[in-house]
Design a protein around this ligand. Structure first.
Ligand SMILES: Cc1cc2nc3c(=O)[nH]c(=O)nc-3n(C[C@H](O)[C@H](O)[C@H](O)COP(=O)(O)O)c2cc1C
Length: 425
């Protein structure tokens, strides 16, 4: 959950573009204000078709800026000053149109001009029809913006206002607030145009960087194994632990590639994120990220996928339910652990067990050939999957260390410290 202490006193410039999700930004403003954030808003002409300037003004308790050519606004707070007088610029909803204009470096209205002129980090919350989001033009624009350092939260999967299903729904206000808090918590002050995501993580953080120069691969989240074009087999992993580990390693200076299955989480700051769906895609992305010094396999990878995937939706045809034949997925942890010359110097696996946790995890460490195993209990009644806390045992050559129940961020920080210690030896 977003931390009030991190957010209080921060200044956000909120750019509201013309998408149906604009109504959610009223709730976003309210929740930011409750957390002590001061909000100024820029409304595009299309945005003003979805929310009234009056509502935005009432909730922000500030002037709402709409017009590049307003003499009053220019004399009170010019567009350049507006672009700088914030700690973070948030674009929510970010329309396909505005993302395209940002990517092209256009300055044809106040929103685009402010986004081009700003020297502050920018976080976008894309929101659009699934086809618009998946269109190669939008994907290319988003990729380019992320390479330039623009931060992104969402979009989420779900039923859209247009009744289609898929990715395109704007992240919920609390998810946007979590992403804003995560940004400030990471104390990341790189300007939005400064960084190529494949480059080393932000250097503004004054914390020691014992993993500087090291490359790490972290896997996170579930995998989705398709049954047919509309159905898939998944699991309950939220990705919170894996994402927290990626963030913690990046904070210690490692160049982190996070290979993530579908999650609802914001990309952790300072990491290169590769989004995948299936176990086979996850393995390919990990292999592409080699060589690396460290691999932490925290993803809940499906052991099996459906053999003989149907390219057409399975139908109820009166012949009874279909039988799904399963086939084994590649073993990512074992593959990385046995990668010969390309094997990372330290391979850490996760073991989610529902009983005899330490015994099973110890056997898994030997079977897979990894160096360390982080074992946790995911039996019914625990909230390891999806919850905020984790109770883990770290199994290494020297024995088992049982850690007290901690938040997933704290588990990640302690694991990252142990990894840094290992490289100091
Ligand atoms: C009813 C309606 C809903 C729309 N919803 C979206 C949307 O959710 N996302 C989007 O990218 N564009 C949406 N559009 C199209 C944008 O409003 C249009 O591209 C506009 O030029 C965006 O301008 P802006 O990016 O300056 O705000 C919608 C248009 C209409 C008429």
């Amino acid at each position: 959950m977003a931390d009030h202490a991190i957010l209080s006193g921060k200044r956000v410039l909120l750019v509201i573009a013309g998408g149906i999700a604009a109504y959610k930004c009223l709730d976003l403003i309210r929740r930011l204000r409750e957390r002590g954030v001061s909000v100024r808003a820029v409304l595009t002409a299309a945005g003003a078709r979805f929310v009234t300037p009056l509502s935005v003004q009432a909730l922000t308790e500030n002037t709402v800026y709409q017009d590049l050519w307003s003499l009053t606004d220019e004399s009170e707070m010019g567009h350049i000053q507006l672009s700088r007088a914030a700690d973070l610029v948030v674009v929510a909803p970010a329309t396909a149109d505005l993302l395209a204009r940002m990517a092209a470096g256009m300055a044809d209205d106040l929103a685009a001009t402010v986004l081009l002129a700003t020297d502050k980090p920018v976080l976008v919350a894309p929101a659009m029809n699934v086809r618009m989001w998946l269109h190669p033009a939008t994907q290319a624009n988003m990729e380019l913006l992320e390479r330039r350092g623009v931060l992104r939260v969402g979009p989420n999967d779900g039923v859209m206002a247009c009744n289609e299903f898929g990715p395109g729904r704007m992240a919920e206000p609390m998810e946007i607030i979590d992403a804003i808090a995560a940004h400030f918590a990471a104390d990341k002050s790189t300007a939005h145009f400064a960084a190529d995501k494949s480059a080393a993580p932000a250097t503004a953080d004054a914390a020691p960087k014992p993993l500087a120069g090291k490359r790490a691969i972290v896997t996170s989240g579930p995998t989705h194994e398709p049954i047919d074009p509309v159905r898939y087999i998944a699991n309950r992993s939220s990705g919170k632990q894996g994402h927290a580990i990626a963030k913690a390693l990046a904070q210690l200076g490692a160049a982190v590639t996070l290979v993530s299955g579908p999650t609802r989480l914001a990309d952790p700051p300072g990491c290169t994120v590769v989004a995948i769906e299936t176990a086979r895609e996850m393995l390919a992305a990990c292999e592409a990220a080699l060589p690396a010094d460290i691999a932490v396999c925290a993803a809940a990878v499906a052991d099996w996928r459906v053999a003989g995937l149907s390219d057409r939706k399975l139908k109820k045809d009166g012949g009874g339910p279909p039988t799904l034949a399963l086939t084994e997925n590649p073993d990512i942890l074992a593959t990385l652990s046995q990668a010969g010359e390309r094997r990372p110097a330290l391979v850490v696996g996760f073991a989610a067990e529902t009983g005899d946790v330490i015994a099973y995890a110890t056997a898994k460490r030997a079977r897979k050939g990894c160096d360390w195993i982080v074992a946790n209990d995911v039996s019914l009644g625990t909230t390891t999957f999806g919850g905020a806390d984790n109770t883990v045992h770290l199994i290494r050559e020297g024995g088992v260390e049982s850690w007290p129940t901690m938040g997933k961020d704290a588990v990640a920080a302690r694991l990252a410290d142990a990894i840094a210690e290992r490289f100091r030896e």
